[in-house]
Design a protein around this ligand. Structure first.
Ligand SMILES: Nc1ncnc2c1ncn2[C@@H]1O[C@H](COP(=O)(O)OP(=O)(O)O)[C@@H](O)[C@H]1O
Ligand SMILES: [Mg+2]
Length: 595
């Protein structure tokens, strides 16, 4: 899995994507581009005709040539322009469809830990970084392809004057090689100065970042920050300048080689023309075609970097596709519409990829249908890990989790997750309209304000609507010009309400959902959840709640105490207090300040 697929796999993938995305755009842009690249090299031929006509005082030829030049100008220019308009549009769509593909792939991957593997993340990051310049790179690459066609046509036209002129491109080799060398040096300088440039950027950002600005002023650090910024910037610029100036010198020297060849060709054809072996027009042809040829060759090679980048991008993409194919979840069993017995963990252990020890070890626990299960334990005990395993976001490294007796590993993971609802500790701040941010809890109903209000009421956070300047239609977050950034508590309310959008979940998961709510709100939220999940609930919904508040925990049917990755105790609040173990101790120490 470490070796990457060959470049050809990438190119095939790219063409397939382009054809599937916008077949018409692909055909039109390639067709018009080819037309433009066949027309453009014809100019020297027409110049020749024009000059030769003038020399012979042949008005008809001159007129015809002039008209043809004008027509060619219009034709090559407009087909070139349209080719790039269509191409631009096409590659933009391809970029978007690459994004969609990535999203689809990540979704198919299902298990969160598969998507967290460093090699996967690396390939994903590389695709996403290159994606920013993908459109330009593609345009430049396709442009280079057309320039290559032009080179061939131009060489053929030169050969009509004298076959030996086909050697002319060789003289372009030196400046082109020098150009590439200079380019590489420039890139290397850029890479080597990247740290300095980033440092400079960092300091510049720090100086204008509003929260930081206050602190900087108080601590009188502005001058220091500015100095650091300037120093880092100067180091970066000096390095790049050195590389660029040396590069420019070498390129200029190499250009002499081309000039010698070019001058030789012109002298050669001029000499012939003086001795009647060629027309004056032929001299003009060689002059214009020679110059054109040089530019075309330079253009072709200038985009070799783009070729490299694009091939790399699609290779990373192809790697991801193969990875997903290998690791896709294939469990087929669909969860039943209601929970009959409940969930059982049987000797479940889990270790995060690359971790030294198990985050959970040998946990066996029954979560009866219709029950409220509270998970308690210190920070890092493994509570969130347990919750994620129950949601099927990770798969146990040992043991199994059974839903009504069916192993979760054999269950169709997307369907299982579709029948869950919950709010996680690391909830997401969806920066969209408030209505949508709540509504995406059940995307089919995200547009219905009444449904969203019911969810807000359900999570006991109906007051949120009044707190927002434009109610449910308020854009949330700083991504919007007029967006409202919420407090931590308000974001949490949004997340809670979101978890209320699914009305009939089989399992409701609340991982410290009320972290930034006050004790009273948490109690009301919890009462609501207990009602949803009550034992008379026909769905047998299980509520799993992770909380530090004993006012919440004591009402649960089952309290599971996790310590250091192990389940150390479980039972009701009263049972655990009687037992006098870890839970009783936690309760005693916290009861003093709480409840
Ligand atoms: N994505 C992860 N990769 C590696 N280790 C992790 C990851 N998430 C959590 N852990 C580790 O697993 C242990 C349990 O974490 P967690 O389940 O989040 O604890 P809790 O929710 O009880 O605070 C901790 O030691 C934590 O550092
Ligand atoms: Mg946690």
């Amino acid at each position: 899995m470490n070796e990457r697929p060959p470049a050809t796999a990438g190119i095939v993938l790219l063409l397939r994507t382009a054809a599937a995305t916008d077949r018409r755009g692909l055909i039109v842009s390639l067709g018009l581009g080819s037309l433009a690249s066949l027309l453009t090299p014809l100019f020297p031929l027409l110049f020749k005709a024009l000059v030769d006509g003038a020399v012979r005082s042949d008005t008809n030829t001159v007129t015809a040539a002039a008209v043809a030049i004008a027509a060619l100008q219009a034709g090559s220019h407009s087909s070139g322009s349209y080719a790039s308009i269509f191409g631009w549009n096409l590659w933009e769509r391809v970029t978007v469809s690459i994004d969609e593909r990535l999203v689809g792939l990540t979704t198919r991957l299902g298990l969160v830990d598969r998507a967290e593997r460093p090699d996967y993340v690396e390939h994903l990051t590389l695709v996403r970084t290159n994606r920013e310049t993908f459109q330009e790179s593609m345009m430049s690459l396709v442009g280079a392809m057309f320039l290559a066609v032009q080179v061939l046509v131009t060489i053929a036209i030169l050969a009509t004057v004298a076959p030996i002129l086909i050697l002319l491109p060789l003289f372009s080799a030196a400046p082109v090689a020098a150009g590439r060398w200079a380019e590489e040096r420039g890139q290397r300088a850029l890479r080597e100065s990247a740290l300095d440039a980033r440092t400079a950027d960092g300091f510049a950002l720090l100086a204008v970042d509003p929260p930081a600005a206050g602190e900087l002023r108080v601590l009188r650090l502005r001058e220091l920050v500015l100095e650091r910024h300037i120093a880092a910037w100067e180091r970066a610029v000096a390095r790049q300048w050195r590389a660029e100036s040396v590069g420019a010198l070498v390129s200029a020297a190499a250009l002499v080689v081309f000039t010698v060849g070019f001058a030789g060709a012109v002298l050669f054809v001029t000499d012939r023309s003086l001795h009647g072996g060629a027309t004056v027009g032929a001299v003009i042809l060689v002059l214009t075609a020679g110059q054109q040829l040089h530019n075309q060759i330079g253009g072709v090679l200038a985009s070799s970097g783009d070729l490299f980048r694009i091939v790399e991008t699609v290779r990373h993409l192809a790697w991801i596709e193969r990875y997903v194919d290998l690791h896709e979840e294939r469990g087929a069993a669909r969860p039943a519409p209601a929970m009959r017995e409940g969930l059982r963990l049987e000797g479940v252990s889990f270790r995060y990829d690359g971790a030294e020890r198990d985050a959970l070890a040998d946990v066996s626990l029954t979560l009866p249908a219709g029950s409220v299960v509270a998970v308690v334990g210190e920070n890092g005990a493994g509570k969130s890990t347990l919750v994620k395993l129950l949601c099927g976001l990770h798969r146990p490294t040992a043991g199994r989790i059974a839903v009504d007796g069916v192993d979760l590993a054999d269950t169709h993971a997307p369907s299982w997750r579709a029948s869950l609802s919950g709010a996680f500790q690391d909830f997401v701040r969806f920066e969209v309209l408030a209505r949508e941010s709540v509504g995406i809890g059940r995307i089919e109903e995200a547009g219905e304000p009444a449904r969203v209000r019911r969810a807000l009421a359900g999570a006991d956070v109906a007051d949120l609507e009044g707190e927002l300047p434009e109610g449910l239609e308020t854009p949330l977050g700083r991504a919007f010009l007029n967006g409202v950034d919420l407090s931590g508590g308000q974001w949490q309310k949004v997340a809670l309400a979101r978890s209320m959008m699914r009305e009939a979940p089989l399992m409701l998961v609340l991982d410290e959902p009320t972290y930034s709510l006050d004790v009273d709100s948490e109690r009301r939220v919890f009462e609501w959840f207990s009602r949803v999940a009550g034992t008379d609930n026909p769905l047998g919904t299980i509520t799993v709640i992770v909380s530090h508040r004993f006012s919440t925990v004591r009402a649960a049917h089952v309290v599971a105490v996790v310590h250091d990755g192990r389940l150390v105790e479980s039972g009701t609040h009263a049972e655990l207090l009687r037992r006098g173990g870890r839970y009783a101790e936690m309760y005693r120490t916290q009861a003093e300040g709480y409840v």
